[in-house]
Design a protein around this ligand. Structure first.
Ligand code: HSE
Length: 414
């Protein structure tokens, strides 16, 4: 029998307890050991819980109990999750986490502590909820040079965008529904403004390229500026708007990495990833495109990935499973303004024909997009591929010629 502790009894934590309890026998068969939850750490009281006797508010009880070999960290947030994780590993306990913020900010440091103390630090649930992606990227695709990763990495924003696209549902209503269904972060700004997706692409980039990418190195935009007008223009362009996290390695060795809404062409595999589902495309030099698809958020899908890591820890007490990447560096990420992109632009002007003529001149040719019922002052176009800094300079020049730029969205090419 292996004793474990679960720190945090929120959506994911209660899911972990549920999965470990309801699948107790099959998990024991797969882990070759029975797994018993000895403690559940939470500051709140759960007097009516069937597990009431397991609850503790005192982390010291867990870290000082030599019987506890694996600790599940599903509290979320950076502090005290970071300090607790460090102390557990230094006390010889393996740690499994679903905490994206923790891995994206402190992954290199925590992986080193795990190695130094001969324990495991596993985080399959930190990216893609129930989708297996960390292990496949680290192990199954290990023979490849990863050319590019592009993913829909946030279930909440994908759910909101899908409601906007398919049902013309207002943004706030769709967000409230996502929160009710337990998809959103405690602070939904992390979902809506792209920070959650940013943490996930940082984890994937760190794993794929072996060096830590920190969230503050990644240009990140969310979906709060997307309107139903943009959704309609995307449809007329032949695609849909998705929040994408993308990373590519340049020949210089620097990474090109960004999180932002993109127009995704209708023939891309990512265009049909809807609702709370996530889709992650990994382009390997040997495999070509490999796409991972599944539920990226929610209690049981995420708990499934956490429990799989617990089983892995229990099976590998004798032979540790090391994931590893080294510390990052300041100049590792290319300035996104240097990246070449095509851009969708929605704008308004008193003289649309003149504005379009000026846009055509400045960008050396644009393709106009139309939608039904647009205001007579409104117009939209897509540019050719060019460095982003040139696009911004041209838009500034256009503004000086009396054009109001209302929104811009990059065009995806995967
Ligand atoms: N809030 C996250 C999402 C949860 O919506 O994807 C899973 O990481």
């Amino acid at each position: 029998m292996v004793e474990i502790a679960v720190m945090g009894h929120g959506v994911v934590g209660s899911g972990v307890v549920e999965v470990l309890t309801t699948h107790r026998e099959s998990i024991a068969r797969r882990a070759h050991e029975e797994i018993d939850i000895k403690y559940i750490l939470d500051l709140r009281d759960f007097p009516d819980s069937p597990y009431a006797e397991k609850f503790t508010k005192d982390f010291e009880v867990i870290v000082n109990d030599p019987e506890v070999h694996v600790v599940v960290e599903v509290m979320g947030g950076l502090h005290p999750a970071f300090e607790f994780t460090c102390r557990c590993m230094k006390a010889g306990k393996s740690v499994v986490t679903s905490n994206k913020e923790l891995v994206a900010s402190k992954g290199a440091e925590l992986l080193k502590i795990a190695r130094d103390h001969n324990v495991n630090f596993l985080f399959e649930a930190s990216v893609g909820g129930g989708i297996p992606i960390i292990r496949p990227l680290h192990q199954c695709l290990a023979a490849n040079d990863v050319i590019e990763i592009a993913g829909i990495l946030n279930g909440t924003t994908n759910f909101i965008l899908t409601k906007m696209i398919r049902e013309s549902m207002p943004f706030d209503e769709a967000l409230a529904l996502a929160q009710k269904l337990g998809y959103a972060e405690r602070n939904p700004e992390a979902d809506v403004e792209g920070h959650d997706a940013c943490r996930k692409i940082c984890i994937l980039a760190s794993l794929a390229y072996g060096k830590h990418v920190y969230p503050d190195q990644v240009h990140t935009e969310g979906i709060s500026s997307i309107s139903l007008a943009d959704v309609e223009y995307a449809d007329n362009w032949g695609g849909v708007i998705k929040l994408i996290g993308q990373v590519k390695k340049q020949e210089s060795g620097k990474l090109q990495i960004i999180v932002c809404p993109m127009f995704v062409p209708g023939d891309s595999q990512l265009s049909s990833v809807d609702d709370v589902f996530n889709g992650i495309l990994v382009r390997g030099d040997a495999t070509g495109d490999v796409v991972f698809y599944g539920k990226g958020a929610g209690k049981l899908p995420t708990a499934s990935a956490v429990v799989a890591d617990v089983i892995d820890c229990v099976k590998h007490f004798a032979s540790r499973k090391y994931l590893f990447w080294e510390d990052g560096s300041k100049d590792y990420v290319e300035d996104y303004m240097e990246d070449s992109v095509s851009m969708y632009v929605r704008a308004s002007s008193d003289d649309v024909s003149l504005a379009l003529m000026n846009a055509d001149k400045l960008f050396e040719g644009v393709t106009r997009l139309v939608r039904r019922n647009a205001d007579t002052r409104e117009f939209a176009f897509v540019t050719k591929k060019m460095p982003e800094k040139d696009i911004h300079a041209n838009l500034k020049a256009l503004s000086k010629l009396g054009v109001d730029v209302l929104n811009t969205i990059r065009l995806g090419d995967f």
